[in-house]
Design a protein around this ligand. Structure first.
Ligand SMILES: Cc1cc2nc3c(=O)[nH]c(=O)nc-3n(C[C@H](O)[C@H](O)[C@H](O)COP(=O)(O)O)c2cc1C
Length: 341
């Protein structure tokens, strides 16, 4: 029976080819930051209120002015046909059915136009890296024309990522199995996103810009100063550096710095509804899920991703009822308790 995201993880790991399962699960640097993300949520404890009517629980909120049914977005991930033949199209349909946002990644295996089409009227963000000015300008205008609702610039991959340990040992090359939709052959070399590049993107696109991969308050302030409307506090699911802090541990200082001027989201290690509630209590507007969407996709395509989102939504409702908080939008630090305190 698939009752929890952990069940989906186990089932996906059984179904996927071992090298693909490892590609999804693994992190950089002995996966230390992958584990750190998970452990950080365990350390945060909630403090329930009593004498509150929780008969009705509201989970809807907005991101960038669009209503979503529940504060859980799908994280941008490329190469989704490694998990399922319908890949990004299935994820986009699932997000639309669940009333949330699924970004199209520049490393997607279906083109952004088809992903926007699959999402129907639901908002689709376009995630990209810095592949040089000409490529970036071309991709941003392609995303605008396709009807995307936001541009998401990922800033935590300053150079081409080396395959992680398992991948290197087994010479796993994802692009020999699936085809990138936005490039002929391999993607160009990625460059560090510099502030001037971010300022130029923000100044030239009519779409809101979300900056993903920030872990320090001063970087969040620079990104918002450059014109970003949203910040994703993220260590890329621990996939880029084993020594990065847990994203949720970096959340508070970033909310304190830019929370009045931009929406702040967080991803990395969200596996249960109470993880979502903890992140919102710390000031996040919403969370994103990366690996769990792959587990759903691998197990049952579109329906699997819908199921994963529904499990989280049910768990959020249960957690809020226990917490004495009838509305996700009312969550704040008052619901937190430091363990041992
Ligand atoms: C298989 C896989 C592919 C990913 N591809 C991208 C990508 O193309 N662009 C990006 O910004 N982040 C990418 N990420 C990172 C996710 O957007 C997200 O930050 C991370 O998965 C969140 O952690 P979680 O997996 O613990 O939920 C990828 C993650 C995974 C697992």
């Amino acid at each position: 029976m698939l009752l929890t995201l952990a069940d989906y993880e186990a089932e996906a790991t059984r179904i996927l080819a071992p090298e693909v399962a490892a590609f999804v699960a693994e992190g950089a640097g002995a996966s230390r930051a992958v584990r750190r993300n998970l452990e950080a949520f365990q350390r945060i404890v909630l403090s329930p209120r009593r004498f509150v009517d929780v008969e009705r629980i509201a989970t809807a909120t907005t991101v960038l002015g669009r209503e979503i049914s529940c504060p859980v977005l799908i994280a941008p991930t490329g190469l989704q046909q490694l998990a399922h033949p319908q890949g990004e199209l299935a994820t986009a349909r699932a997000a639309a059915r669940a009333g949330t946002v699924a970004p199209a990644a520049v490393l997607a295996t279906y083109p952004v136009e088809r992903i926007v089409d699959a999402a129907d009227a639901a908002p689709v963000w376009f995630q990209l890296y810095d592949y040089g000015r000409e490529n970036v300008d071309g991709l941003v205008s392609r995303a605008e024309t396709a009807g995307c609702a936001a541009i998401c610039v990922t800033v935590d991959v300053p150079r081409r990522t080396r395959m992680r340990e398992h991948g290197r040992r087994h010479d796993f090359r994802p692009t020999s199995r699936v085809t990138l939709a936005h490039f002929d052959g391999n993607a160009p070399d990625v460059r560090p996103v510099l502030l001037a590049t971010l300022e130029r993107i923000c100044a030239t696109t009519s779409l809101p810009v979300v900056v993903k991969g920030v872990l320090r308050a001063e970087d969040a302030a620079l990104a918002v100063g450059a014109g970003a409307a949203g910040i994703v506090v993220s260590n890329h699911g621990g996939r880029e550096s084993g020594s990065a802090p847990a994203a949720v541990d970096a959340l508070s200082e970033i909310v304190a710095e830019v929370g009045e001027r931009a929406e702040v989201y967080v991803d990395g290690g969200v596996r249960t509804g109470d993880d979502v509630v903890k992140a919102l209590a710390l000031g996040a507007r919403a969370v994103l899920i990366g690996r769990p969407s792959w587990w759903g996709l691998a197990v049952a395509g579109e329906q699997g991703v819908v199921d994963v989102l529904n499990i989280l939504r049910e768990e959020i409702i249960e957690t809020l009822a226990q917490l004495g908080c009838p509305d996700v939008r009312a969550l704040d630090r008052g619901y937190l308790r430091t363990e041992g305190a």
